[in-house]
Design a protein around this ligand. Structure first.
Ligand SMILES: [Zn+2]
Length: 291
């Protein structure tokens, strides 16, 4: 099965729902960034949430989810757009604790931290990007995104995101779901969904069992639903030599001169994909000449 996402409607249009498989995408990211297990779990949960939030956008719109919980992993960043292209990185990929949490799972909260905020930036093609923020309420990511969507975007939501990691640090399963209530949803539907969500199995287990996003939504919703669209999810980084050159130019003459005279070269590594861009003295002098 390839990674993909579905967006659906249920309960006569009162509920909209998303489910995603991000296992292959997280395999690619884990390999590129060499993230250790708890970090992979934290990043994978953020990437799954961002992929589904990306599917709420249109056309060329895109968004960035930043989790800043002041824990040892530092900042977690995930980018997504409406076409299913996602990428992500963490400030410190090499954090690990052997002890599991009280539920016997990877202690994600401990690496993420619990004091800080979620920041969501949306590029909607307007002059200024939209930015929303909410405090970290749990450090487990899923609950934090739930709080963000419910409080900052004011759409009552339930978010389930999960990652399973193999003993050799590779990714076993990754994915998630988001359930959202439209305005004026009858109380009877809300109660039914709450009962369902209280007993639903971890989404990483469902992915690991080979369940497709359609089957996950069926289990979570406990009802039939209509699939509105299906989007392939792929890892995609849009870094390029040209972007690196533009970033260097933006540093200004003094910084570039210092780089030419002191190091005589520059090596820039993309945070998202770990691609390295090397510029020798001549390259830097050519950039300098354009200023
Ligand atoms: Zn890149």
């Amino acid at each position: 099965m390839k990674d993909y996402l579905i967006r659906g409607m249920a309960y006569d249009g009162h509920v909209r729902a998303f489910a995603v498989r991000t296992t292959d995408t997280m395999r690619e990211i884990q390999k590129r960034l060499d993230t250790w297990p708890i970090v992979s779990a934290a990043l994978g949960r953020t990437v799954s949430a961002a992929a589904m939030m990306g599917a709420m956008l249109k056309g060329d719109e895109r968004l960035t989810v930043i989790v800043r919980g002041n824990g040892p992993v530092g900042q977690i960043v995930a980018d997504a757009n409406a076409r299913g292209e996602v990428r992500g990185y963490v400030h410190n990929p090499h954090v690990h604790y052997d002890e599991k949490n009280a539920q016997g799972k990877l202690d994600v909260r401990r690496v993420v931290g619990t004091e800080g905020s979620i920041i969501v930036t949306k590029d909607l093609g307007l002059k200024e990007p939209y930015q929303g923020t909410s405090p970290i309420v749990s450090g487990e990511i899923g609950e934090d995104i739930t709080y963000y969507l419910t409080v900052s975007e004011q759409v009552p939501s339930a978010v389930g995101v999960g990652v399973l990691v193999n003993p050799n640090n590779t990714i076993k399963a990754s994915g998630g779901f988001i359930i959202q209530l439209m305005p004026n949803t009858p109380e009877s539907i809300i109660e039914k969904l709450e009962q369902k969500l209280a007993v639903v199995r971890p989404v990483s287990t469902m992915i690991d069992e080979g369940m497709a996003p359609e089957e996950i939504l069926k289990e979570v919703l406990g009802a039939d639903f209509m699939v509105l669209n299906k989007i392939d999810i792929v890892f995609s980084c849009h870094c390029s030599l040209e972007r690196v050159q533009r970033a260097l130019i933006s540093l200004g003459k003094e910084e570039l001169d210092a780089m030419i005279n002191e190091q005589g070269e520059a090596e820039i590594t993309c945070h998202f994909c770990n691609e390295k861009y090397h510029l020798n003295k001549e390259d830097l002098e050519n950039l300098r000449a354009n200023l």
